[in-house]
Design a protein around this ligand. Structure first.
Ligand code: NAD
Length: 266
């Protein structure tokens, strides 16, 4: 039986793409999953699909940039499922533009979703993780931030995204230190390109900005530096997240794990 069987997990941005698959994977390991998303209809749909597959899940409305919404959504999860053991801070968007024409409002929106969202959701779940369990010691927990290869290197047109994804390394490492003696572990999972709606939207946008064909965007820009020219999959990322959640000790904490077909090696 998985070590996360019965644990309570919140996955943000889980109505679509990578987050959706993580919600399914944690549920398959026996976790009770809160599918949190700004898109409540989508979150409820995914929670329903998980329930149909035999898991326990709930949809919860949560705009991760809204302090009150994060607090209220987390309180709803705690009331229905119990204190949160696992947080997967995954919600994210992409806006591509060169720096000289990058709209300031778009820049702030990018940092708000990726960084403010990571901070606010972390702060909301920590009291439950730090609270004493039955044995009097802190209950502990695992926090995983969805980074990217762009947590480690840059690409043209992605200033805000690269800045935000690098920033997550700082938050994760700080949490690993602050939470270490209370059983809280923290990681950043860093995928290469995964075919989700977020990436599908970028292909025509990058083709236009870079003046190359869509096929060249995929072959040269997205997969050009992988070892095998293959996209990372949502399953690859979800399996990695599950492994980190199941890992039994802080021998693994404060790490960034790159899942990218060798695009980035460290
Ligand atoms: P996606 O567009 O399929 O899903 C993103 C989800 O986030 C959507 O359900 C959306 O409604 C939700 N969301 C957006 N803004 C939100 C907000 N303010 N509050 C709550 N939810 C919000 O995207 P994806 O590709 O699955 O991306 C998920 C994460 O993975 C992102 O953080 C992204 O940066 C990261 N990532 C993606 C790739 C990739 O190639 N797809 C690669 C590396 C990292």
């Amino acid at each position: 039986m998985s070590s996360i069987n019965g644990k309570v997990a919140v996955v943000t941005g889980a109505a679509s793409g990578i987050g959706r698959e993580i919600a399914f994977e944690l549920s398959r390991a026996g976790a009770q999953v809160a599918v949190a998303d700004i898109n409540l209809e989508g979150a409820n749909r995914v929670a329903g699909e998980i329930a149909q597959a035999g898991g326990r899940a709930m949809g919860v409305a949560m705009d991760v940039t809204d302090e009150a919404a994060v607090e209220a959504g987390t309180a709803q999860v705690v009331a229905e499922l119990g204190p949160v053991d696992i947080l997967i801070s995954n919600a994210g968007i992409q806006i591509v533009n060169p720096i000289e024409s990058y709209d300031y409002a778009a820049w702030k929106k990018m940092l708000a979703i990726h960084l403010d969202g990571a901070f606010l959701t972390t702060r909301a779940v920590l009291p439950g993780m730090y609270a004493p369990g039955d044995d009097g010691r802190s209950r502990g927990g695992t926090v995983i931030y969805m980074g990217s290869v762009h947590s480690h290197q840059a690409s043209k047109l992605k200033s805000a995204y690269v800045t935000a994804k690098h920033g997550l390394l700082g938050l994760s490492r700080t949490l690993a230190k602050e939470g270490g003696d209370r059983g809280v572990r923290s990681h950043v999972v860093c995928p290469g390109f995964v075919r989700t709606p977020l990436v599908d939207r970028q292909i025509p946008e990058q083709s236009k900005e870079l003046g190359i064909s869509e096929e060249e965007v995929v072959r040269n820009v997205m997969l050009g530096q992988t070892v095998d020219g293959i996209f990372t999959t949502v399953e690859d990322v979800a399996r990695t997240v599950r492994f980190l959640c199941e890992f039994p000790s802080a021998a693994l904490t404060g790490q960034s794990i790159i899942v990218s077909h060798g695009w980035h090696m460290q």
